[in-house]
Write a new protein. Structure first.
Length: 332
């Protein structure tokens, strides 16, 4: 009997030891989850700006038209009426001369999409297309195609935070039917150009040998007093007006399968741009975040001046890359 008890006790202790080892292993895996690698057929040397998408609510129509009108003063690209590529001795933005870039090859074959939050509206679609086609032909030629897409949002889904997030996620999930998108510039109507050839410069900063990224955009660059809620994700996030990599499925995996469930559970669903940095800047997610931190790049090209005054002259004087400014009030 004692021999059986000792044998049973030994077996019990053996199983406890095994379970403890497994428990330690499970805890370790849960504390430091490896970030899965999604192999793709991406070719960095083929990277370029393929699309410009402008999301907005129908109430922002006048802002959209104002944005298009600003292109007359700051054209997206340098393209002659006869479609002749820029010559080396022509008047070229100094950005291209300084960086020795083939300006004539930049900012071509880009599709522009008006992205409306609401249900389909033929009259609104007609007004948008008419506004685009009243632009000078050399500006229209900067784009290979222009179209209008509707997100079909209604009711509370069409609110500020929820609607903006759903529209962004719709684009990220392929809802816009963009044809072979690579890098996509996503700009709201109040993100305005301040330099000529802005689309060419944004195209240039996506191309080889630029390090591949998922998001490239602006940290808050305005008056620090404008941000009342001074949480770290509000101070250090990349504003939603940015360039996004829609060619890399790993970005969609990170957003929908890694970041979104965590943020929904711990914070709820709010602004999609700050939500990303709620995940990245939380110490609980450090091991996952450090593996993808390099995919989120800050740039001078887009400047988030939300609720702030700014001088266009000063902005351009500080960086020859600054081409777009989001929100704020220009004070030359």
């Amino acid at each position: 009997y004692q021999r059986r008890v000792r044998g049973s006790l030994s077996l019990f202790l053996f199983y406890v030891t095994i379970l403890n080892v497994l428990h330690i292993f499970v805890l370790d895996v849960n504390m430091t989850p490896p970030y899965p690698s999604h192999q793709t057929e991406l070719h960095p040397k083929q990277a370029r700006l393929t699309n410009v998408v402008m999301p907005f609510h129908s109430r922002q129509l006048l802002g959209v038209i104002h944005n298009l009108e600003s292109w007359k003063h700051f054209p997206p690209c340098h393209l002659a009426e006869d479609d002749t590529p820029i010559q080396a001795n022509s008047t070229v933005d100094p950005f291209f001369l300084k960086h020795d870039l083939p300006a004539g090859l930049l900012g071509r074959n880009v599709t522009f999409t008006f992205f409306v939050s609401s249900e389909e509206d033929p009259e609104l679609e007609h007004r948008l297309m008419s506004a685009f086609h009243t632009l000078p032909s050399k500006i229209q030629k900067c784009f290979r195609e222009v179209n209008v897409r509707f997100c079909q949002l209604t009711g509370s889904d069409d609110g500020y935070f929820t609607g903006s997030r759903k529209m962004f996620e719709n684009m990220l999930n392929g809802g816009l039917d963009l044809i072979e998108p690579y890098y996509v510039l996503y700009i709201e109507p109040d993100c305005l150009p301040v330099r000529r050839n802005w689309m060419m410069i944004l195209d240039a900063i996506t191309r080889w040998p630029t390090s591949p990224f998922w998001i490239k955009g602006s940290i808050f660059r305005g008056n620090g007093q404008a941000i009342e809620d001074r949480q770290v994700h509000n101070l250090f996030h990349i504003n939603g007006n940015a360039i996004y990599n829609l060619a890399d499925p790993s970005f969609r995996h990170f957003y929908f399968d890694v970041m979104r469930p965590y943020v929904t559970k711990h914070y709820g669903d709010e602004a999609y741009d700050t939500d990303i940095f709620k995940f990245l800047l939380n110490l609980d997610n450090w091991d996952s975040a450090r593996q993808v931190a390099h995919k989120f790049q800050f740039t001078d090209a887009i400047q988030n001046m939300w609720h702030s005054e700014y001088s266009i002259t000063d902005l351009k004087g500080h960086s020859d890359e600054t081409v777009l400014v989001h929100s704020g009030t220009p004070n030359p």
